[in-house]
Design a protein. Structure first.
Length: 401
């Protein structure tokens, strides 16, 4: 850690002085957040978030994925630095932590205030803005809180428009679901891997997974083609589609996959199913319902609370009883790579239990526990890493991130 970072932190915590404008300018030049070692814990680091808010702001909230939301929202309430427009807060996290975050300045009459305190909601998170002082603010992920040992996201860039190898839609009318197939990347003499990827609009249009994968793939890793399946942005519509929906998945299996193979001109291919959150539940349901079209599954942060019949995430659920775990009890084994963030709280134990059940039943399973939350920045890193790491090597290394 450079002395300048420690010095800036010390000056800020000491409170305003005669050089207020100079410190604010130095902070802008240095970039935020300020990450320093915790002198009391070698395995932890302090993260100081700072933001220059509009002059009429009554307060500022920093939403950091699974670090300052829900029951931890008090940690995201910034305090004003003297009578300036600079606001700040500091949290301590394990070394290796990474989290996307955004800033929400608010007025005195903000509708999300309760008894004078801002209450976190998805609406607040969606309205928050990237931290302009963060070096990742212009990246596909927006601002990212990254401590020592976390993945390097500088290699990710916003995607350039590219013509797909094939595209189409599932269904008709306003609820039609689009899909598109990328041209294969990578070399190698093995069969083409088709990666069925839920939330395709995020991965291909926003994050630029195809571009990053083309840069990362080795000579023996390909060819790999991404089959992105779009999903609705609206929460209830997304749940109806990825809940999982057996009819929808059957259409992907029976119609979309054959069209993808035809477009690629390959008869011999392997199929990897990849998803996160609800998409991860769908990927694992495919193993149960359509095992013949599954060669490998990448399931990150699966929504273990899902069960048939629900239309929204339940306020409370029993992590000891998960539909997905029970459904897979007698499914045909397939190679599965699971991942869950240590900050995902109620998801951690059910995912651990699922991994143990599958491993006991003879499934080739790896489980990665990462220092983060329900976060697309982590999922992006895991996707590229898993797609460029042969599963045999992953099993031997018993990877734990």
């Amino acid at each position: 850690m450079t002395p300048s970072t420690d010095a800036l932190r010390s000056r800020l915590l000491a409170g305003p002085a005669d050089d207020d404008p100079a410190l604010i300018a130095e902070l802008a030049a240095h970039g935020t957040p300020l990450v320093t070692d915790d002198p009391d814990d070698p395995d932890a680091q302090r993260v100081l978030l700072a933001f220059v808010a509009p002059p009429d702001s009554a307060g500022v909230y920093a939403w950091a994925n699974r670090l300052t939301d829900g029951p931890r929202e008090a940690h995201g309430q910034l305090r004003r630095w003297g009578d300036t427009d600079l606001w700040f807060t500091e949290i301590t996290v394990p070394r290796g932590t990474m989290a996307t975050y955004r800033i929400y300045p608010y007025a005195a009459d903000d509708p999300h205030l309760r008894d004078g305190a801002l209450v976190y909601s998805r609406t607040v998170a969606a309205a928050a803005v990237s931290d302009p002082g963060n070096d990742q603010a212009a990246s596909p992920f927006g601002s990212v809180l990254r401590t020592d040992g976390a993945p390097d996201l500088a290699v990710w860039h916003r995607p350039a428009p590219a013509e797909p190898a094939a595209r189409g839609s599932i269904g008709d009318g306003p609820e039609a679901t689009g899909w598109r197939l990328t041209a294969p990347v990578g070399g190698g003499s093995g069969p083409t891997r088709i990666v069925v990827l839920f939330d395709g609009q995020n991965w291909l249009d926003r994050i630029g997974l195809a571009t990053r994968l083309a840069e990362a793939v080795g000579e023996d890793d390909g060819p790999i083609a991404l089959l992105g399946i779009d999903s609705p942005a609206e929460a209830s519509a997304r749940m109806r589609l990825l809940g999982p929906n057996r009819d929808f998945l059957a259409t992907v299996v029976d119609d979309v996959l054959p069209r993808a193979r035809h477009a690629l001109g390959v008869a011999d291919s392997t199929t990897v199913w990849a998803g996160q959150s609800l998409g991860a539940v769908s990927t694992l349901a495919v193993v149960r319902w359509f095992p013949d079209v599954v060669d490998e599954v990448l399931a990150y942060s699966p929504s273990m609370w899902w069960k048939p019949g629900i239309t929204a995430r339940p306020a409370e659920w029993d992590p000891q009883r998960c539909w997905l775990t029970e459904e897979l009890a007698d499914a045909q084994p397939r190679p599965v790579r699971l991942a869950v963030g240590r900050n995902e709280h109620l998801l951690v134990e059910p995912v651990d239990r699922l991994a143990g059940q599958l491993r006991t039943a003879g499934w080739p399973v790896t489980l990665r526990r990462f220092d983060g939350g329900h976060d697309i920045a982590w999922w992006a890193h895991l996707l590229v890493d898993d797609l460029t790491t042969p599963i045999g090597r992953a099993e031997i290394e018993a990877v734990e991130q």
